[in-house]
Design a protein around this ligand. Structure first.
Ligand code: 9MJ
Length: 670
């Protein structure tokens, strides 16, 4: 055991070092060590602290794990109230805002600080002599809840300010949010542990911050962005909002880099349009921008109207939500029999497109929201996600509208619809007897990322299944010119093309083949992991749940789905029939090559490469031991960009990731 003096010094060094890495990761967005190295430092500190309990400190990064639940939140009065912002919708309202400000200050042009408007939870952090002493929610703006224990668990919240001479006291205001990627992972984890999923990042952030048990909060991927200051003692305020944000960044707080000083209404609108253009590429949800008069002395002069400042306004982005009417509720039957209720809507323009259908997810969701035919509802369509009904607008229901119930029989095959006690979805019990399931299974089998059978679309699959020409995927490979030419809209040329596509699809990869089988909970990434781990289909078919869980990222739920799938005789027969039909793959390697120029490196592809398809580039990278990921993050090593690259390129540039063209990629891989 180490001597206490040495231990004390080492503990202090480790605490500083770990907080420095938190700062580099969350505030600077430029980590300088790997996650594994960080974990090692963290564990060393935990062990030392356990051996020297007398050296414990609430400011230690190890204390960010949360503590015993509180009976309730205490209330906190904000010394300086946390006011809300007025909204501007449309350019005219922004111009009117700028006019009022100019008139109020009696000047011709005004400088503003422009910031994104985060859609999370507003909070206030109090630091005394540079130490975090309290964190509170906004509440009604005057009184909030004391959520100190919860906010201390956020690694982006400094426990001490980085300042030699910190102010005696400062309240720092900001927004707690969840990044979209983190949100998807959080929901995947909720699914894996069979807990309720969150509706959106905002709700997840709010729910996570208002936990009485801070250990729960510690497990949620919350982050902070700071944008203002309440009370300040023992130091002077800088002259402007942008200098204030610089100061907060110097103190070690994460301050969003998407900010700019602009002049006049024209400058404001330019910032708005640019940020709107970037909206989808940003890693977090933004619901608009905020314009603040830049000089703090001018802010003071303009003052407040009722509860909102005259010197600032929020300019909202176009709604991703809209109101419309439910014309009917129908169900769709998925490839695993999942019954999804879908609302047919009066067409409505939302999130940039006209929407006529919106998902109602499942029976519990319909019941929870109590959606009925004829109701007026709010529909949401954000980014490229499937539009969904979020709520019923109260007071508009026609009298006598009956509550909706899922059909008891599958509309496609008449089999019973069954819902297992602990499952959210109801399923058609018809299995492969059900034409709807068979159709979906075939479409999935043929899809681009599975067997990639060009020309096998919905209309054709409908006919093949309805006429009972094809029952399972293996029978696709028995199709001949004669059978095909008898079908609607199928000329000889298209028939020949389809047969050629079928022939071509027989040479595939094990990962694609596994994915094509349509095993529940086995997506593309899992299929690749399975192919790498097992190396052949027989080993996979024979694996028990324990063996399956040895694959990285596979938990009990996925393992059970796979085992159940191959426990069904007809699924094994399908695999065998496909092999007899000549479907095969060339890889035999059990894992990604352990040697190669790309081992341990993650690549992201964007745009069209001159001489390679995306699939060829992926195969090339993987054959050299590299990994291809769909989205750019700090973990990305290289972005390979072709013609017309998407937002991934911009993001890579922002993160300082090395960008390669096709030639540079080939050179790198030798
Ligand atoms: C958000 N939500 O991102 C303010 N905000 O300023 C920014 N909110 C704000 N500023 C004064 N960037 C009151 C609220």
């Amino acid at each position: 055991m180490s001597k206490p003096r040495d231990a004390s010094a080492r503990i202090e060094r480790l605490r500083r070092e770990i907080e420095e890495h938190n700062y580099r990761y969350y505030a600077l967005d430029r980590p300088t060590i790997s996650d594994a190295e960080y974990d090692r430092l963290f564990r060393e500190l935990q062990e030392l602290e356990a051996a020297h309990p007398e050296l414990a400190s609430p400011d230690s990064p190890t204390q960010r794990v949360g503590s015993a639940p509180l009976p309730q939140f205490e209330s906190v009065t904000h010394e300086v109230p946390m006011l809300s912002l007025n909204n501007a919708f449309g350019e005219a309202e922004v111009e009117a805002f700028d006019r009022r400000v100019r008139e109020g200050l009696e000047v011709d042009e005004v400088e503003y600080n422009c910031e994104p408007k985060f859609d999370g939870l507003a909070i206030s952090l109090t630091y005394d002599e540079g130490r975090l002493v309290r964190g509170a929610t906004r509440g009604d703006g005057y009184t909030g809840e004391d959520v100190t224990a919860n906010l201390r668990t956020l690694r982006s919240v400094p426990l001490r300010l980085r300042a030699k001479h910190p102010p005696t006291r400062i309240d720092i205001r900001g927004e707690v949010i969840i990044y979209r990627d983190d949100f998807d992972r959080l929901n995947a984890r909720q699914r894996e542990s069979e807990e309720k999923e969150f509706v959106n990042p905002r709700n997840a952030a709010a729910g996570s911050l208002r936990q009485l048990d801070s250990r729960v909060t510690a497990g949620r991927p919350l982050r902070l962005f700071a944008y203002g200051v309440g009370q300040l003692r023992g130091k002077d305020l800088p002259a402007s909002q942008d200098a204030l944000l610089d100061l907060l960044a110097d103190f070690g707080l994460p301050v969003c880099v998407e900010r700019r000083v602009a002049s006049g209404a024209k400058g404001l609108l330019k910032f708005y349009r640019e940020l709107l253009g970037k909206r989808e590429a940003l890693p977090y949800d933004v619901d608009g921008v905020v314009y603040k008069v830049n000089r703090l002395a001018d802010q003071e002069r303009l003052g407040y109207v009722s509860r909102a400042p005259r010197f600032a306004i929020a300019h909202k982005f176009p709604a991703e939500e809209a109101m419309t009417e439910v014309v009917a509720i129908e169900v769709q039957v998925g490839r695993t029999g999942a019954i999804t209720p879908v609302a047919r809507l009066k067409p409505v323009f939302v999130g940039g497109v006209t929407v006529t259908n919106a998902t109602l997810h499942n029976e519990d969701e319909v019941r929870r929201k109590d959606v009925r035919v004829g109701d007026t509802v709010m529909v949401r369509r954000a980014g490229d996600v499937i539009p969904e009904v979020i709520s019923v607008v109260p007071g508009k229901r026609r009298s006598g509208a009956p509550a909706y119930h899922l059909p008891r029989k599958c509309p496609a095959c008449g089999s019973a619809v069954i819902r297992l006690p602990d499952e959210a979805v109801a399923r058609c019990s018809g299995g492969l007897v059900c034409p709807a399931q068979r159709k979906q299974a075939l479409l999935h089998f043929a899809s681009r990322r599975a067997m990639d059978i060009d020309g096998l679309g919905e209309k054709l699959v409908d006919q093949l299944v309805d006429a009972e020409i094809v029952k399972g995927p293996a029978q696709l490979y028995r199709l001949g010119l004669e059978a095909l030419s008898g079908l609607d809209r199928m000329g000889e040329k298209s028939a020949r093309n389809l047969l050629a596509a079928l022939e071509k699809s027989k040479r595939t990869t094990l990962a694609r083949f596994i994915y094509a089988l349509g095993i529940r909970n086995v997506g593309e990434a899992t299929a690749k992991d399975l192919a790498n781990h097992f190396g052949d289909i027989d080993a996979l078919m024979e694996a028990d749940e324990a063996a399956l869980q040895e694959v990285p990222d596979i938990g009990p739920v996925v393992a059970e789905s796979i085992r159940k799938f191959f426990a069904e005789r007809h699924n094994v027969q399908v695999v065998e029939a496909l092999r007899r039909a000549g479907v095969g793959w060339s890889e035999t390697a059990r894992t990604r090559p352990a040697r190669g120029r790309a081992v341990g490196k993650t690549f992201v592809l964007t745009g069209t490469l001159p001489d390679m398809t995306r699939e060829e580039a992926t195969a090339l990278i993987e054959s050299h031991g590299g990994k291809v990921s769909g989205s750019v993050s700090r973990k990305t090593d290289y972005v390979v960009a072709g013609v017309d690259p998407g937002s991934k390129l911009a993001k890579a540039e922002e993160l300082g990731i090395t960008i390669l063209d096709e030639a540079a990629l080939r050179k790198l891989l030798g």
